[in-house]
Unconditional design. Structure first.
Length: 559
């Protein structure tokens, strides 16, 4: 199952672009009053490899089906055919108390109906034995809700925190100590045998679930390392006799050719992330790299970022961006692109791709969504942003007691059932005859499925990374893995790989306000000449403090 954008991969996972979508403001003050005597929060770092003995002992699940396409790690394997027979991965209902579980997860697009109006939620809850009641929040503004919730110390029993939102939450590690359960003794070593689906997760995903030298979350392993791709409506390009762009010049030329305000068609939504990538702007740890002398440098300080600013500002000035995107942070770019064809190129998470194709091809059989291979605008090989960090983390509220924590872990274990199991089919496709129709090639979602299924259970668990199969989009798995295997060879190297960083609170609080200043610049509300002043403000308001932390936190091999 692939989450639908964000952008979704998240984070992911193709989200997920899974999506580091949020442009939400982050509070500048202390997140949790009284948690710490440090007035600003200086941040910290821990070497994750030093705590390997706290992680679950990894045990592979028996595979009922072999993958059809092998991914180059961290790209997962792909399945083009649905298993001909399904197995019961779990023989006993995980829920034993019957007491409702509260959970919060993100969704992109229209919010799905609640449990009283959702045949999907009711069916899965019946199998769980203990009902899960979801609060669904807009993925684009999820950081807003997280900050308010953590600040109020009012969290559900299961809280999904997308990986890309962690860096927007000041003093997150302190919030964890106060609000969330330490899961170490429940899951370390052979204790994880009680939850075999969770024990099968990649060790690297579990490693990233360490905070404060303890295991405090269940990871949702990524099923793809790329946060973003540039998608095009290839059917619209074909109709114009235009090729998929292979260079920045190609892209900008095509953009001018397809933009036609009289027909309500524009080339782009906000593609600044892609323009940065084409110029090889760094993205490790949200935008850091090492200079030749070994000192950390942030993207704002690089000539590549300034080049990208100039290009994107001209794109806006030339009227190539859809006016609803220019006027609002919340325009529905997915609908404008996939449904209306009002945008021809969109930046989105890879998780957007299959769902959008499957949903909208029912109305437009000619629809053909394809990613544009990443290129370099400055010569040489391209630089592709990405990492193998989890899409998201699920935290358990502190103080529930041992029996309840174990019940919640059993529920998460059920939700993590692999492809080829009855549990996974119900989680991903709902009820036969209602949410999907059975075909020789596997289940095909109905309109009700697109309305009710928003990856709710996926976002409180995750599963071992796989791609496909999707009978309604039979070319997708091949197209996705062809693109992914070609791009992964250019993946950016992270100098701080294996180090968990808690960035200084001032730096985190200043992240979104600074990005907003550059957004004003791109959209013509501030001159490009303000760049130096904005960078100096950024340095003074946490940037230099972050640089000092990063310099001290480099792994020995990177020094």
């Amino acid at each position: 199952m692939t989450p639908q954008q964000p952008g979704s991969t998240a984070s992911r996972r193709h989200f997920l672009g899974l999506v580091g979508l949020g442009t939400a403001a982050v509070a500048g003050g202390p997140l949790l009053a009284g948690c710490s005597e440090k007035p600003a929060g200086s941040g910290g770092a821990q070497n994750l490899d030093a705590y390997a003995d706290l992680l679950p002992t990894h045990k592979d699940l028996a595979q009922s089906t072999k993958p059809d396409i092998i991914g180059t790690r961290p790209v997962p394997d792909g399945y083009t055919k649905y298993p001909s027979s399904l197995v019961d991965a779990i023989t006993e209902r995980p829920g034993t108390s019957g007491k409702q579980v509260t959970a919060m997860t993100p969704a992109w697009g229209p919010a799905p109906p609640g449990v009283t109006q959702s045949a999907y939620l009711q069916a899965v809850n019946a199998e769980l034995g203990t009902p899960v009641n979801f609060t669904i929040q807009d993925g684009n503004t999820y950081a807003d809700k997280l900050n308010a919730m953590l600040g109020a110390r009012d969290v559900p029993e299961l809280l999904c925190v997308p990986q890309w939102e962690v860096d927007k939450i000041p003093r997150f590690s302190e919030a964890i100590k106060v609000l969330f359960e330490d899961l170490t003794d429940y899951l370390k070593g052979d204790a994880a045998n009680a939850y075999p689906m969770l024990a099968s997760f990649p060790t690297g995903a579990w490693r990233n679930s360490l905070w404060n030298e303890r295991l405090v979350a269940v990871p949702n392993p990524t099923d793809g390392p790329f946060p973003w791709a540039l998608f095009t409506r290839k059917d619209l390009l074909d109709a114009r006799g235009l090729a998929v762009p292979a260079s920045l010049d190609d892209l900008l030329t095509a953009a001018k050719q397809v933009t036609d305000p009289a027909k309500k068609v524009w080339a782009f939504d906000n593609v600044f992330d892609m323009i940065q990538m084409y110029h090889k702007v760094p993205a490790s740890k949200q935008g850091w790299r090492l200079k030749a002398d070994g000192t950390p440098e942030f993207k704002y300080e690089t000539p590549e970022y300034r080049q990208a600013l100039e290009v994107m500002a001209k794109i806006y000035k030339d009227g190539l961006v859809h006016p609803e995107i220019v006027a609002s942070k919340g325009a529905d770019n997915a609908q404008l692109f996939a449904k209306n064809g009002a945008i021809v190129f969109t930046r989105n998470g890879l998780g957007f791709w299959q769902g959008a194709q499957a949903e909208h091809q029912k109305v437009n059989p000619k629809l053909n969504i394809q990613p544009v291979p990443i290129f370099s605008a400055t010569g040489g090989d391209p630089l592709v942003w990405g990492d193998d960090e989890p899409i998201s983390f699920t935290f358990v509220r502190k103080g529930l007691g041992k029996e309840r924590v174990e019940e919640l872990l059993r529920i998460m274990n059920w939700c993590s059932a692999p492809l080829g199991s009855q549990e996974a089919q119900l989680r991903d496709y709902g009820v036969a005859g209602k949410h999907h129709n059975s075909t020789p090639n596997g289940p095909v979602k109905t309109d009700l499925a697109f309305k009710e299924i928003a990856n709710q259970y996926f976002f409180i668990s995750g599963r071992n990374p796989t791609i496909g199969p999707y009978p309604e989009t039979p070319n997708y798995v091949q197209d996705m893995l062809t693109y992914s295997n070609a791009m992964v060879k250019y993946l950016e190297k992270d100098p701080w790989d294996g180090v968990k960083l808690e960035m200084p609170a001032a730096y985190k609080a200043n992240q979104v306000p600074t990005e907003d200043k550059f957004t004003d610049m791109l959209r013509g509300r501030r001159p490009l000449s303000d760049t130096d002043a904005i960078v100096q403000e950024w340095k003074a308001n946490g940037g230099e403090e972050a640089r000092e932390l990063l310099a001290k936190s480099l792994p020995k091999a990177g020094r």
